[in-house]
Design a protein around this ligand. Structure first.
Ligand SMILES: [Zn+2]
Length: 133
């Protein structure tokens, strides 16, 4: 079985674009300068894009990683995907796990609960495209 990569996404607080630029330059930049990253981060924040922040192979780590999102992440905007395509490109959203999945027939966690047990409290902390208000 292949290792599954999960990605945690969040929006950037428009008031913290410089902080975000420094972080992305150091962590997810592959050598891009802070100045280059500043332009990206400014655009992402202005558009309200969900941005890749923390990848993990470890399902059980997800609650702890949500606690450790960078300070520039806008509260309440975290989203969780299987694979690293953005939530808007995913095809199946599981409300039980708060997880965006790339293809049908459905949710990885639901289909393999012995590997991906329910994470109490986590779905409520994640962006849910079906929840209003
Ligand atoms: Zn599920």
């Amino acid at each position: 079985m292949e290792d599954q990569v999960f990605m945690i996404w969040a929006k950037i607080d428009p008031a913290k674009v410089m902080q975000a630029s420094v972080w992305f330059s150091a962590h997810r930049g592959s050598g891009m300068s802070v100045a280059n990253r500043y332009q990206d981060c400014r655009d992402w924040a202005a558009r309200g894009d969900l941005v890749e922040m923390i990848p993990t192979l470890h399902w059980l780590e997800i609650p702890r990683l949500l606690d450790r999102l960078p300070g520039f992440a806008l509260a309440g905007t975290a989203a969780l995907t299987r694979g690293d395509d953005p939530p808007t490109a995913q095809h199946y959203y599981c409300e039980r796990h708060g997880l965006f999945n790339p293809q049908r027939p459905g949710c990885l966690a639901c289909s393999q609960p012995w590997l991906y047990p329910d994470l109490p409290g986590v779905p409520e902390r994640l962006h849910n495209p079906w929840r209003t208000g």
